[in-house]
Design a protein around this ligand. Structure first.
Ligand code: URP
Ligand code: ZN
Ligand code: ZN
Length: 488
């Protein structure tokens, strides 16, 4: 098998950092070796086929994004990244594993929807991938399907308390799915927003003439997230099931989750970079020459961006530090402005919900290290180790230990990353994409990161080095997942 040696770097894991060379044997990590260690009796650099110089850089496990939506059908259109384009962009940003959501819509057989997702992903992915299953309602058939899917490596199910008539499940359906999860060891992932109340507020806003994207935020106030989070926690407690609340943005909702955790309940929360950095006032309320007040459509997602004046962003960083939020995912769900977000011109409720960011999570969360908000180790834990362990991939992904998959990122803390679609000097010369996602804009336009993803390796294959891409569709393999390492 081909040997790869990564020399001279600082290996960072969730529990600490150390100077070590990392030896990869084919698709697996073989050993971590003290620099200059001669006990093996061989000069590893001379026997390795590939040597990566990581001097002055961090060597971390490939990042795991447990929340993406490639090709998600939504609002009369579909997310603009295919598995091919989305996983290539992920690789550029140091993510070597995604867990995407297969989508069952009401009336469809769960198994058929999953088969459709396998067909989309197979042969297309640049990096390894697994699936969660979205249940668009719960009935006897879908409860039976939950058992079947767990044996096929799909061990988590997303339910929606929002989007009545589309993905929505009522409390009885949710309780039944949670009872099933309690018996088969799977994890219920909850989109926790009170969709019934939100629909009333949305209708009233449109009737008043408040049709701009800004009102997407004001019609999904924090109370609707906090109430739904509380209800989901209570239903999970009734069922004796664990719970993972996705894309949390309201500080009050996380406070409720934190109280349940303090009481010893098995509940977890995830947030996303957009909720850590962006806001109702600055983004949803944005105006531009091109789009007027429709500029804010770029940031229409649910849960919505929250008010900076109310201090949600700082509180979320704090909850990442305290451990009450366990994971940062992207909720990557990209839509172009042209022909997609545009569907909601004159009516914000018709804007497809979602933000693209699968390429930028590692960088954006690393900026939190530079800014003193989290430690280097916590960065790795939030982006790599915990997502893998949370979703049954911990033996292979999110760690650099012998026997784990040879997924590695060499990160340069002295490097720099300019994010955007028309960023820096090139903006003056017309549109130049500086990201690789299939989008006609960037939600992260103008963000400057004090670090850089230098080298990306997936199962021993170098995907990115020296600013060049060496991956190909089909390298990525399907990951049959175990149940969560956090169940008890
Ligand atoms: O706005 C969002 N989050 N779009 C993706 C679908 C979801 O609810 O996660
Ligand atoms: Zn959701
Ligand atoms: Zn999502």
């Amino acid at each position: 098998m081909a040997l790869t040696l990564i020399t001279g770097g600082t290996v960072v894991g969730p529990t600490g950092r150390s100077r070590a060379d990392v030896l990869l044997d084919g698709e697996q990590v073989a050993a971590l070796v003290r620099p200059g260690d001669t006990t093996l009796g061989v000069d590893l650099a001379s026997v390795a086929e590939t040597v990566v110089d990581a001097t002055g850089k961090y060597v971390i496990p490939g990042a795991v994004d447990p929340h993406t939506h490639m090709e998600l059908p939504f609002g009369g259109t579909a997310a603009s990244d295919t598995f091919e384009t989305g996983t290539r962009a992920a690789a550029w940003g140091g993510t070597t594993t995604i867990v995407d959501f297969a989508v069952q819509r009401t009336g469809e057989r769960v198994q058929d929807s999953l088969a459709a997702w396998f067909a989309k992903a197979e042969g297309s992915c640049a990096i390894d991938y697994g699936f969660h299953q979205i249940l668009g309602g719960v009935d006897d058939d879908s409860l039976k399907a939950m058992d079947e899917l767990v044996t096929e490596g799909i061990t988590s199910f997303k339910l929606f308390m929002a989007y009545p008539g589309v993905f929505y499940s009522d409390d009885g359906q949710i309780l039944r799915a949670m009872q099933k999860a309690a018996t088969n060891g799977s994890m219920v992932m909850m989109h926790a927003e009170n969709g019934i109340a939100i629909d009333v507020l949305v209708r009233q806003a449109i009737e008043r003439g408040d049709t701009a994207p800004y009102f997407h935020g004001t019609t999904r106030p924090w109370e609707t997230e906090e109430e739904a989070t509380h209800r989901a926690i209570m239903l999970a407690r009734l069922a004796g099931a664990p719970l993972y609340v996705v894309h949390m943005s309201a500080k009050q909702a996380v406070a409720t989750l934190a109280r349940a955790r303090d009481d010893g309940w098995n509940v977890f929360g995830e947030t996303c970079p957009q909720y850590l950095y962006l806001s109702l006032e600055e983004q949803l309320g944005a105006r531009s020459e091109e789009w007027g007040d429709f500029e804010g459509a770029k940031w229409v997602c649910s849960t919505p961006l929250r008010s900076r004046a109310e201090g949600h962003q700082d509180e979320l960083w704090r909850y990442l530090r305290t451990g009450d939020l366990s994971v940062v995912s992207t909720d990557h769900c990209p839509f172009c402005m042209k022909e997609q977000k545009e569907l909601g011109l004159g009516d914000f409720s018709k804007i497809p919900n979602g933000i693209g960011g699968v390429e930028h999570r590692l960088d954006l969360v690393y900026q939190g290290v530079v800014d003193g908000k989290i430690s280097l180790e916590r960065w790795v834990e939030l982006c790599c180790t915990t997502p893998a362990r949370m979703f049954g991939l911990g033996d292979r992904k999110g760690v650099l230990t012998p026997g784990a998959d040879a997924d590695v990122v060499v990160y340069d803390p002295a490097g720099h990353t300019s994010i955007g679609y028309t960023s820096g000097a090139d903006a003056a010369h017309g549109n130049r994409k500086t990201h690789h996602m299939n989008m006609d804009h960037s939600a992260w336009e103008g963000f400057e990161i004090d670090g850089h993803v230098d080298v990306v390796i997936s199962r021993g294959k170098v995907l990115v080095s020296d600013g060049e891409y060496h991956g190909h569709p089909g390298h990525g393999q399907y990951l049959r997942r175990s149940t969560s390492a956090y169940l008890r």
